[in-house]
Design a protein. Structure first.
Length: 119
């Protein structure tokens, strides 16, 4: 079964930010290594990198008219920072992989959803 893992950055330090600079070199390298390990897992299909929430534009349609607003639909703390697809035998295996995502231990979260077919 396939699962989509949505990575919510939350308070996660991101490269190029003061919070990232506050991490030790060893901590920074551990984050890179952990994401590298995830991406090298043959059961993982990496998602495309997402830009920053501040660069997002959200579209809603009201009364048949498209309205746009700057920024993400969710608050910045809840904004999705990335995603990937994981092929697993069951939810427990997907949850185990979700727990290895650095964002989950650095102030963010990982949401795990089974892939569904609607049509």
């Amino acid at each position: 079964m396939q699962y989509v893992l949505l990575i919510y950055q939350g308070e996660t330090p991101l490269p190029g930010t003061e919070a990232w600079d506050g991490l030790s070199e060893a901590e920074q390298q551990a984050v890179y290594a952990d994401y590298g390990k995830l991406n090298s897992n043959p059961a993982v299909t990496p998602g495309l990198p997402l830009g920053l929430p501040a660069d997002a534009t959200t579209v809603v349609v009201e009364d048949g008219k498209a309205l746009t607003t700057d920024g993400p639909f969710a608050g910045t703390k809840e904004a999705i920072g990335g995603w990937f697809v994981f092929e697993a035998d069951d939810l427990d295996a997907a949850l185990e992989v979700a727990a290895t995502v650095p964002a989950a231990r650095l102030g963010g979260a990982v949401e795990v959803r089974p892939v569904a077919t609607y049509w």
